[in-house]
Design a protein around this ligand. Sequence first.
Ligand SMILES: Cc1cc2nc3c(=O)[nH]c(=O)nc-3n(C[C@H](O)[C@H](O)[C@H](O)COP(=O)(O)OP(=O)(O)OC[C@H]3O[C@@H](n4cnc5c(N)ncnc54)[C@H](O)[C@@H]3O)c2cc1C
Length: 415
Amino acid sequence: MSKIIVVGGGAAGMMAAAKAAEDGNEVVLYEKNEKLGKKVYITGKGRCNVTNACDTTEFFQSVLSNEKFLYSSIYGFDSQAVMDFFERNGCPLKIERGERVFPVSDHAVDIIKCFERVLERYHVVVKKNTEVTQLLIDENGVVTGVEIKHKERIIADAVIMACGGKSYPSTGSDGKTFALLEKAGHHVNELRPGLVPLEIAEEQCKQMQGLSLKNVTLTLYCGKKEIYQGFGEMLFTHFGISGPLGLSAASYANAKCYKKEWLVRIDLKPALSEEQLDKRLLRDFEADKNKQFKNALSGLLPGKMIQVMPSICKIPEDKAVHDITREERKQLVKALKQMEFHATGTRDFNEAIITIGGINVKEINPSTMESKLVKNLYFAGEMIDVDALTGGFNLQIAWSSGYLAGESAGSEGRI
Ligand SMILES: Cc1cc2nc3c(=O)[nH]c(=O)nc-3n(C[C@H](O)[C@H](O)[C@H](O)COP(=O)(O)OP(=O)(O)OC[C@H]3O[C@@H](n4cnc5c(N)ncnc54)[C@H](O)[C@@H]3O)c2cc1C
């Protein structure tokens, strides 16, 4: 039996503590907040999208950074294992559209309650309101424990760091703890907001704020290179583009092409080719030939977009439809199939669902989650430089890496 300290009582830390304690180790879990899993409470709009029930091979298509690093942990404790864990421990789950998994109750709090029961069953000592302020590392590069408030030193055989990233800092994961790891010699790849809205230069977004579009295709370019394409829903806001497509595009932008210029192209009519759309416009315009251009678009576009379309496609709004030239119709087709916006950046960590960047994966053994630099020090969750799209994938990463860290830190082979 080993004495194991887990730092951070979020998704990854709770799972790590549960596994290490289930394996018969003495576990103390430190959480600086007044309660466990503060971020888990707000996941999935309070419903907690626990995982995604897709095939594991498919799972990796939704991981943006360092997916290979996650092979051992995800295959070792996959979404089915996660679902079994919750069901076995009194939290029944259901699978919804897109293989997204939620508690049957629709309450994220039931996930926390489930962990509280498990941690109590395996006698994990949970120290809330306790921030870990130092790592104790001996002259041989072995972690020997941690320091908490008032410089109190707690000795342990292994320490698991599960302190999260930097997004939604009010939940406790404010990125401060990375400094302890840097002091220990680790490198932190630049932290960037992920799954966050895009900021757009053009005023037209603001004019369309509140407009939600369904069944559109959004493509993001970095320079000339396409780095993301998705089909689904998006939302115009007072600063730019949000909604599922906006958040995913921003993750790709910050993960694959940080601080460059990004172009967003929206296909409002992905089911129609340019020729088919042009034929439809000809039919519509024939029926509305005596109307002004702005009054001939209601069958084609939502109201808020009709107001801005004349400025986008450069056809005067009061032009009579029968006077619209072939060239102008082409401009309209282009605006409908390739509406362009310039993204100037993304919103910040306060609005980011996840953090891109973190502890460099080259410094962590992917088969155990142990640090390659400091013996008996382990990592789990969003602290590590891994991130994924929405759909339950980020929590799955937290559960899987937490499980593996808990299992390895407590294994006899460790010491
Ligand atoms: C609004 C929102 C909705 C989301 N919805 C989903 C979803 O539905 N599905 C999904 O898969 N993902 C979702 N995510 C992402 C997911 O919540 C995170 O990826 C996941 O919580 C990461 O788990 P973690 O344990 O690594 O970090 P966290 O959950 O952030 O936990 C880290 C914990 O460590 C504590 N801590 C930090 N430093 C110290 C220290 N020095 N001492 C003691 N304690 C410390 C913090 O207080 C915190 O409680 C969502 C995120 C947000 C913000």
